[in-house]
Design a protein around this ligand. Structure first.
Ligand code: R2B
Ligand code: URA
Length: 310
């Protein structure tokens, strides 16, 4: 097993640009990033994306559009006169992508398959655009374990529903396993920048990533349920004891694929409820809206600070 630093070196070119661990790509005369509605033949990807430093992903197109406007204000970025923010991937009808100076804000949809497809194409985009040392963030929502709704959770590592710290994917009839590691330093730096708020807490912990929102997260309120509340709570206590602070549906793929590409990444999610107390998301719309801004604010603070130190 290689250390983080070794993987980081082995997977990047000496100048920090993203190295693709796939010899086929450079042999192709063009690479179509189908789900982004972009291509290396049809677009000048270096010109369009060469200045990117941060890639921020979250579930919904609306939230990522809001984040794009928010980060624009925070870093004082001005759009060229007479232009407005455009969804670069609009014609994919799959994901939305906004670019604000060095920041990309992209929606990833729900679940490991959706974020996985996106990551393949965004990592290739970084390679084609010759971006150096990009940092990836997922800003999302989750269920907390023993945490009040509104609590922000910074992931230390991602585990699956069996508490295994890797992504498992069948490839050519065999199971391939990829370690789901996140950047420890980045997580620590984010934690140190957390708002000392009386209103909510920011914590760190393991994040459990599941293949389903209902049965896969031990909910009693799906269309099907074949376990008791007692069994659900025993499982929650067991994973809680193993260090799991929250449950969501993308971190495993996000951590595994960024780590495999030698890209630093972090996952910051706000808990919408405490899974020890219930299953339904009951908080009113306005409350949910405000909660979802919390991970955005933290990541924006990191980006702002990073750019100011340059
Ligand atoms: C959090 O919220 C979504 C499910 O409601 C899913 O994308 C996730 O990880
Ligand atoms: N997202 C999830 O995946 N689970 C929750 O409980 C809430 C949001």
């Amino acid at each position: 097993e290689l250390t983080d630093a070794e993987i980081h070196l082995a997977t990047r070119y000496p100048d920090g640009s993203v190295r693709l661990r796939n010899p086929n790509i450079e042999l192709m005369d063009q690479d179509i990033l189908y789900h982004l509605a972009l291509g290396s033949g049809s677009h000048d990807l270096v010109e369009m994306f060469g200045d990117v430093k941060f890639v921020c992903m979250g579930g919904t197109p609306k939230r990522m559009e809001q984040f794009a406007y928010y980060i624009m204000e925070q870093i004082g970025h001005k759009l060229p006169a007479g232009t407005t923010l455009q969804d670069i991937s609009k014609y994919s009808y799959r994901y939305s992508m906004y670019k604000v100076g060095p920041v990309l804000s992209i929606s990833h949809g729900m679940g490991i398959p959706s974020v996985g497809i996106l990551l393949h194409e965004v990592i290739k985009l970084m390679y084609h655009a010759k971006v150096k040392d990009p940092i990836f963030f997922r800003i999302g929502t989750c269920g907390g374990i023993g945490l009040e709704g509104g609590t922000v959770v910074i992931s230390e590592e991602a585990v699956d529903g069996l508490l295994r710290p890797y992504l498992e994917l069948p490839v050519l009839g065999k199971l391939v396993q990829r370690t789901a590691k996140l950047d420890k330093r980045l997580a620590r730096d984010l934690k140190s920048m957390a708002e000392p708020s009386q209103l909510f807490e920011t914590v760190t912990g393991k994040t459990m990533c599941t293949y389903d929102f209902y049965e896969g997260q031990g909910r009693l309120d799906g269309a099907f349920c074949e376990f008791t509340e007692q069994e659900k709570l025993e499982y929650m206590e067991q994973v809680h004891k193993a260090g799991v602070a929250n449950i969501e549906m993308e971190s495993l793929s996000f951590a595994a694929l960024t780590h495999h590409a030698g890209i630093k990444s972090a996952v910051v999610c706000v808990a919408l409820l405490d899974r020890l107390k219930g299953d339904q998301v009951l908080a009113p719309h306005e409350v949910l809206e405000e909660w979802q801004e919390r991970p955005q604010k933290l990541v924006a603070r990191y980006i702002k600070n990073y750019l100011a130190m340059k």
